[in-house]
Design a protein around this ligand. Structure first.
Ligand code: BTN
Length: 340
């Protein structure tokens, strides 16, 4: 989708020019009045947070772009690089992007990205709450996968790998996958993935890839969100919490959220192609980015201590060396044992 509103066209012109650009020139090129140009400039400033300097008798100059996941900014980065995103739905505040995407997927929509600055009821795995304040990257992508349904669990590994690559290629960090769908930095969770798929008679109608990255949000804010929620729900998991981190905490600086989001999608698409055409290479790539070694795996039934050695090529389950035998773990939470 192209964003063709007049104010976006004004914004594009401001971006193309390094210096000041006169209101008269903008109005001539776009065929609108000077008053309208003024109106678009003030909309860009007040509604969307662009900093635009104005010099009398000289013109306008774009000084900075806001730290927001504005759809035209995301689309600009994806242009010519993505086939899976044709349209973007953007919300400042939403209950859960995953719920919105699910509803739209049921109506037959796909290639649609749902993005929010903040989620009030973000959904995590195993019906957990995902604390999603302003500053994070929260989005859900509706895809129509053409892979076999047995590979559905691979979609979350592919997404986790995409997040790792997007983070590591932009910043000097060593993000890794913690099976099945967490992304961690220095043993602390920085991002989570939730995949909902609709499968009927061996056919996958759609999959919703939900990704949450703790980006420009303080650790304290998320920790407080978790403990408030835990108190409210009297939930043991949240009460004891888990190690978490955020990118701003790791880097001591704000990250470019639009770039990270777009890069995650671009990586996801190329990893998805790898999964489609060369599964063995995909498995190797996941293994290379995964936390291996001594772990405890806790599922509803049991707790097993063993060594994570890789993932199963058929269904993406975790391969664990447990007392000398290889066991396949289909579901569970992995806790890394530090004394490797
Ligand atoms: C997890 O680790 O438990 C998965 C977290 C997934 C969170 C993302 S944020 C965007 C999308 N919308 C949601 O409500 N959840 C996912």
């Amino acid at each position: 989708m192209r964003y063709d509103n007049r104010y976006i066209k004004v914004l594009r012109m401001l971006k193309e020019y390094d210096g000041y650009i006169s209101g008269e020139y903008i109005s001539n090129i776009l065929g609108v009045s000077r008053v309208s140009v003024c109106k678009y400039i003030s909309l860009l400033r007040s509604k969307y947070g662009y900093i635009i300097d104005a010099k009398p008798r000289v013109g306008y100059r774009l000084l900075s772009i806001p730290d927001r996941l504005l759809p035209w900014e995301i689309m600009e980065r994806l242009e010519g690089k993505s086939r899976m995103v044709k349209d973007i739905l953007y919300y400042d505040e939403v209950s859960s992007t995953q719920d919105i995407a699910l509803r739209l997927a049921e109506q037959g929509k796909h290639s649609l990205l749902v993005v929010a600055e903040r989620q009030l009821k973000g959904k995590g795995r195993l019906s957990r709450r995902w604390i999603s304040p302003h500053g994070g990257i929260w989005f859900s992508l509706i895809v129509k996968p053409d892979i076999h349904i047995s590979s559905v669990s691979m979609l979350s590994l592919a997404s986790a790998l995409a997040v790792c690559n997007a983070i590591n290629s932009n910043y000097n960090l060593n993000a890794k996958i913690k099976w099945p769908n967490d992304v961690i930095i220095n043993y602390r969770k920085v991002a989570g993935i939730l995949v909902d798929a609709s499968i009927e008679q061996d056919e996958m109608h759609y999959a919703i890839i939900g990704i949450g990255i703790n980006a420009n949000v303080s650790k304290d804010t998320i920790e407080k969100g978790i403990s408030d929620y835990a108190r409210q729900e009297n939930d043991v998991y949240y009460k004891y919490g888990y190690g978490l981190t955020t990118l701003i905490h790791e880097l001591n600086m704000r990250v470019d959220r639009v770039r990270l989001l777009a890069d995650t999608i671009i990586w996801f698409e190329s990893i998805y192609d790898m999964l489609h055409h060369n599964k063995a290479e995909f498995i190797e790539e996941v293994k290379r980015h995964m936390v291996l070694g001594k772990v405890s795996v806790v599922s509803r039934e049991e707790r097993i201590e063993g060594y994570a050695i890789g993932i199963d090529e058929d269904d993406g389950s975790l391969l664990l060396n447990y007392e000398g035998r290889i066991r396949k773990v289909i579901a569970g939470d992995v806790y890394i044992r530090y004394s490797i």
